[in-house]
Design a protein around this ligand. Structure first.
Ligand code: ARG
Ligand code: GLU
Length: 711
C-alpha cells in the first residue's frame, strides 16, 4: 500500500475509450509509458493502427500482421469455421490445419471482416429537432428518420456500409462507416489440444496455457475492394499491419488493447444488479448445468460425438462459467449495497431537479413490473429452446399458423412442410439413434427444471395436465412421454405426415404432444410477451438516458466512458499480478512449464502433443524464448475488456504487437457491471508462443516470413 502511494503513476485501468476521442486520454497514456500518439492509433487521413484492427465476424476482433492480408484472431473465434471444414476422416479441429500455399487456404462462407473507415460524432444531426417535451414515441420517430438520412448521405457514392449507434443510452450518437470484406479464408489452426488446451476446465481461469489463436487471410478484388469469394480475388493489402515485438514486456509495463468489446452495463441500478445476481444468472446456470452434464457424457463416448457437440458445448459452457464468476464477483464487491448508496446520494442531489428527481423511482418500478416477463424470457431461451425438438416444434408452429390464417394457401403450407421435412431428413441421417437419446435427455431435464421452478406456478394448464394424469409418477415421465410420442422424434411418422402434406392432416400436427406443450407458451410470447418486453426495454433505456445524463451533470469533472456496444475501443493498463485470495498471489506470466505440469494423457483437455513435448525436451524454442530461455505462453494485464475483445491485439508502448487477447480471469468477470482494479485482468496469448507454434511446431515458417518482426 505504502509503496503504491509513492508510485508516481496511477493507472486508470477501467474504461473502454473511443478512438476518435483518444486525444483526451493521450496525456494519461503517455504518462503511463506510451511512446506513440493518439493519432498513431486513430487517424482518418493517414494509415494508423485502426487500419490493422478488424471486427472478425459478428463478435470477435482480428488484426492484420502482413501486407498480404494475413489476419490473427483466437482459435475460439475461428472455431465454428474450423469445425465446418472438419470431418471425422479429415479432422482439422483435432489435428490442426496449415495451408502450405495460398491455393490450399479454405474459404469460409459467411465470415466477414469489417474495417472501420472513419467514425463521426453525429449527435447533433441525429437529435436535430428533438426536444425534452416530445413523447418518447415521437422522439424516436424523429431520431429514426434523421439516422436514415445521415446514413444515406454517408454511403451514397461509395461501397461503404454505415451504422449509427447510441452512446450513454442515447445522450450521444456516433456513426461508423465501414468496409466489409466477404472473402475470408482459413490459413492455419493449431490442433485442439493446443488451441483449446485446458478446454472448459481452464476457460476463464488464470494461470492459463492455451494457444488460443487461428490464422486467416482476407481477399479482395483486384482494386482492393470487398468482393464475394472468387478464385480471381487477390490477398487484400491493408493500409497498415502490426509489427511484432518478440522481446516481450515486463511486469508493470504499459499495454493497450484495441478491439471490439461487445456489451458492458456499468450504469445498472441496484435493482437490476440484484436481478442479475440473484435471479437471472442462477437460473441460467442451473439450466445449463443440466444440459452440460448430458453433452459432456455424450462427448466422452465417441470421437464423432465429440465433434458433433464441440461447438455447441463451447458456447453453452462459456456463458455458464462466466455467470458463476460474475455472481461471485458482484457479491465480493457488495455491488448491490454500493449501488444503493450511490443511488441514495443521487436522489439527495436530485431532490429539487424536476428532470431527475423521480427517475430512479421510475426505474425501480419498471424493473419490478417487468420482472416476471424477464424471467419467462430467460426460461424460453434457456429451457424451452435447449433441445432440438423444441426448435423443430417452433417450425411446426409456424406451419400451423400459416395454415390457420384467413385465406390460407394450401400450396404454401405444403411447401413449408416439405422444407421442414428436408431439414429433418438431414438431421435424422446424422446418427439419429444416438443423438435422439442425448436430445431427449436434455429436453426432459431442462423442461423438468422449468416446470418445478417456474411453470408449476405460472402455467396452470400445464400443472393441471401433469397432476391430473394419474399414470404419471414423476414429472420427468410426463416430458419423456411427450418426446417419445411426438412425430418429430419418429422419422417414419415425420415422413408420413410432412411429405406431400395434406391440409386435412393439420390436426395431426396440432394434436402432437410436443406441439400441444409448446403452442401456449410460444403463443403467449408471440402475441403478448415480446411486445411488452420491447416496450419495457424501450422504457428502461429512456429512463437510463435521463439517469446517466443526471450522473454526468452531478459530477461533471469525472471522466466517463460509454458502455461497450461492439464498436472499436481502446483499453489501457499494465502487466499486473493479482491476489485472488488470502495468501495467494498470481504471477503475470505463464510458460510452457505449466503445460507440462498440467499434462494428463487421461484427460482430453490436457493431452500434450508429442511434437510439442519433443520441442520442450530439447528446449528448442528458436528466437521465441524469453531472456531466461523459457518459452512464454500467456500473460495478464489490467486492461478493461469484455466479450468481443477476443482476438484483439495487445500492444506495447510503441504500438507493436505483444499478444492476442483471449479471455478474462474468473475473479474479474463482474467487470461488465462493476470493475475492480485489484481483481480484473485480461488474459492474452503471448505472441511468442503463437509464432513458436506456427514456426517451430507446425513448420509454417512461410507465414512468419510474411510478418514484420522487430528484432
Ligand atoms: N472465455 C473465452 C471467451 O469468453 C473463451 C471461450 C472459448 N473457450 C471455451 N473453452 N469455451 O470467449
Ligand atoms: N473470450 C472472450 C471473447 O470471446 C473474451 C473474454 C471476455 O469476455 O473478456 O470475446
Amino acid at each position: 500500500m505504502a509503496l503504491s502511494m509513492l508510485m508516481p503513476s496511477v493507472f486508470a485501468d477501467e474504461g473502454m475509450w473511443l478512438p476518435l476521442l483518444l486525444k483526451n486520454k493521450e496525456a494519461d497514456m503517455q504518462k503511463n509509458g506510451m511512446r506513440i500518439s493518439a493519432e498513431d492509433i486513430y487517424n482518418v487521413n493517414n494509415a494508423s493502427l485502426k487500419d490493422a484492427v478488424m471486427l472478425f465476424g459478428t463478435g470477435c476482433t482480428g488484426e492484420f500482421v502482413s501486407e498480404q492480408g494475413l489476419l490473427l484472431t483466437n482459435h475460439h473465434c475461428g472455431y465454428s469455421f474450423i469445425v465446418s471444414h472438419s470431418t471425422v476422416e479429415r479432422d482439422y479441429l483435432t489435428n490442426g490445419f496449415w495451408a502450405k500455399s495460398k491455393e490450399e487456404e479454405l474459404p469460409c462462407k459467411g465470415l466477414t471482416i469489417t474495417r472501420l473507415v472513419y467514425m463521426e460524432d453525429v449527435t447533433a444531426k441525429v437529435l436535430n429537432e428533438v426536444s425534452d417535451n416530445l413523447t418518447e414515441t415521437k422522439r424516436q420517430e424523429i431520431i429514426d428518420a434523421n439516422i436514415k438520412k445521415v446514413i444515406e448521405q454517408a454511403t451514397a457514392n461509395n461501397h461503404y456500409k454505415a451504422i449509427i449507434k447510441p452512446f450513454y443510452y442515447g445522450n450521444q450518437y456516433f456513426m461508423y462507416v465501414n468496409e466489409v470484406f466477404r472473402d475470408v479464408r482459413l490459413v492455419g489452426t493449431p490442433p485442439s489440444n493446443i488451441g483449446k488446451f485446458g478446454g472448459d476446465t481452464d476457460n476463464w481461469m488464470w494461470p492459463r496455457h492455451t494457444g488460443d489463436f487461428s490464422v486467416f487471410r482476407v481477399y479482395a478484388d483486384k482494386d482492393g475492394k470487398p468482393a464475394d469469394y472468387s478464385k480471381d480475388n487477390v490477398p487484400y493489402k491493408p493500409k497498415k499491419h502490426l509489427k511484432i515485438n518478440l522481446k516481450g514486456v515486463n511486469e508493470g509495463e504499459f499495454t493497450f488493447v484495441f478491439g471490439y468489446p461487445g456489451t458492458t452495463k456499468q450504469f445498472l441500478t441496484s435493482d437490476a444488479v440484484n436481478y442479475v445476481q440473484n435471479i437471472e444468472d442462477p437460473t441460467r446456470i442451473k439450466l445449463r448445468t443440466a444440459r452440460l452434464d448430458v453433452y459432456n457424457r455424450a462427448m466422452n463416448e465417441t470421437p464423432a460425438q465429440r465433434l458433433r457437440y464441440a461447438s455447441k458445448v463451447a458456447s453453452v459452457a462459456n456463458g455458464w462459467k462466466k455467470w458463476q464468476g460474475e455472481v461471485r464477483g458482484l457479491k465480493r464487491l457488495n455491488a448491490i449495497e454500493r449501488k444503493q448508496a450511490f443511488e441514495k446520494e443521487f436522489n439527495q442531489w436530485a431532490v429539487n431537479k424536476d428532470k431527475y428527481k423521480n427517475v430512479l423511482a421510475q426505474l425501480e418500478k419498471t424493473y419490478s413490473d417487468m420482472r416476471d416477463l424477464n424471467l419467462s424470457y430467460t426460461y424460453l431461451n434457456e429451457a424451452i429452446f435447449a433441445s432440438d425438438l423444441m426448435i423443430q416444434v417452433r417450425q411446426v408452429a409456424n406451419i400451423i399458423s400459416v395454415a390457420n390464417a384467413e385465406n390460407a394457401d394450401a400450396t404454401e403450407v405444403q411447401a413449408l412442410a416439405e422444407k421442414l421435412y428436408n431439414t429433418l431428413s438431414n438431421y435424422y441421417a446424422k446418427d439419429y439413434v444416438n443423438h435422439r437419446k442425448v436430445d431427449m435427455e436434455i429436453f426432459v431435464k431442462t423442461m423438468t427444471i422449468f416446470y418445478n421452478d417456474y411453470a408449476k406456478d405460472n402455467y396452470p394448464w400445464l400443472k393441471a395436465q401433469i397432476e391430473n394424469d394419474n399414470k404419471i409418477v414423476k414429472v420427468e415421465d410426463y416430458f419423456s412421454n411427450v418426446y417419445e410420442k411426438s412425430f418429430l422424434s419418429n422419422p417414419e411418422k415425420a415422413e408420413k405426415l410432412l411429405k406431400n402434406f395434406k391440409a386435412k392432416n393439420i390436426n395431426k400436427m396440432i394434436n402432437d404432444p410436443a406441439v400441444e406443450l409448446f403452442l401456449p407458451i410460444w403463443g403467449k410470447y408471440l402475441e403478448k410477451d415480446r411486445f411488452e418486453l420491447a416496450a419495457y426495454d424501450y422504457k428502461i433505456d429512456s429512463l437510463y438516458r435521463i439517469y446517466v445524463a443526471g450522473i454526468m451533470e452531478r459530477n461533471p469533472n469525472k471522466e466517463y466512458y460509454p458502455d461497450a456496444n461492439l464498436t472499436l475501443r481502446v483499453a489501457y493498463g499494465n502487466i499486473k499480478t493479482y491476489e485472488p485470495k488470502d495468501a495467494i498471489r498470481y504471477e503475470a506470466f505463464s510458460t510452457i512449464e505449466g503445460i507440462m505440469e498440467k499434462e494428463n494423457p487421461e484427460i482430453y483437455d490436457y493431452v500434450v502433443e508429442p511434437k510439442l513435448k519433443q520441442l520442450y525436451k530439447n528446449k528448442d524454442y528458436g528466437c521465441y524464448a524469453n531472456e531466461k530461455g523459457e518459452l512464454p505462453v500467456a500473460f495478464i494485464a489490467s486492461n478493461h475488456t469484455t466479450g468481443g475483445n477476443s482476438g484483439s491485439p495487445v500492444l506495447d508502448r510503441d504500438g507493436n504487437l505483444i499478444g492476442i487477447n483471449f479471455d478474462r480471469n474468473w475473479e474479474g468477470t463482474m467487470s461488465d457491471i462493476m470493475y475492480d482494479p485489484s481483481q480484473c485482468r485480461n488474459i492474452s496469448l503471448d505472441i511468442r508462443y503463437c509464432l513458436f507454434i506456427i514456426d517451430k511446431f507446425a513448420g509454417a515458417s512461410h507465414l512468419v516470413e510474411e510478418m514484420s518482426i522487430i528484432k
